[in-house]
Design a protein around this ligand. Sequence first.
Ligand code: NAD
Length: 245
Amino acid sequence: MGRMQDKVAFITGGASGMGEMMVNLFTAEGAKVIAADINTDALKAKWDTKENVEYLKLNVTDADNWEEAMKTAADKFGQIDILINCAGISTEKAPEDITLADWQRLHDINSFGTFAGMRAVVPYMKKAGKGSIVNISSYTALVGMGFNPYSASKGSVRAISRAAAAEFGKDQVRVNTVFPGVIQTPMVANLESSKAALEGLIKMTPLARLGQPEDVGNAVMFLASDEASYITGAELVIDGGFSAR
Ligand SMILES: NC(=O)c1ccc[n+]([C@@H]2O[C@H](COP(=O)([O-])OP(=O)(O)OC[C@H]3O[C@@H](n4cnc5c(N)ncnc54)[C@H](O)[C@@H]3O)[C@@H](O)[C@H]2O)c1
């Protein structure tokens, strides 16, 4: 029997990178998964024929869309045990080029999206008397890496996750956060200036390599699972030791 047997997991950003990896890892351990993303073409291409995966379009900045998505998931599977808030965007703009609109867009998706997701799922988890939420922040929320809205939005994810853990523990809803370092996903591949910067980062990383989506996916699966039943409000850094230096 898999570690995720009989669990229903709702995973945002489920069309790419870490979210995609989590869909695969969770289903391999017996979960039923709802992969949600704004990119419906990628969702269809990846999950149309995959057993135990339903996919749906979700814009995480749209609170009504969140309510509909949770209802769809609950109607389909009768429960939502796990929410993984993994959808996110980054920016490559220099600080002097960041506009208020850029700042707001990063915060809308990374920060409000995480808040709105928790707000939408908690009633279902409260009703069930249990639930597990894992939010994806970033090492840039912890160390000075990036004078830009990305690190600020991920700091916001950290703060709202702790608040949620404190608030919903009495309902047996656990909320934990992971802080990935640089992970080889399309998000990083799409950064034009990445090559030299990434080599520099590897040199500064004790484990001397970039992270892989499964490095994060396996840690998220542990936090989401019943193996972590006394863990809430935890902050797990997955960065090859980068921030320990
Ligand atoms: N890759 C890294 O180095 C790294 C490091 C730290 C944290 N993170 C975080 O990890 C998470 C996953 O990143 P990834 O590297 O897998 O990126 P990715 O670009 O491969 O995947 C992100 C997914 O989020 C989706 N998305 C974007 N905006 C959305 C919206 N408004 N509504 C719904 N879905 C939306 C995208 O369509 C995409 O499928 C993100 O929150 C990212 O900020 C990434």
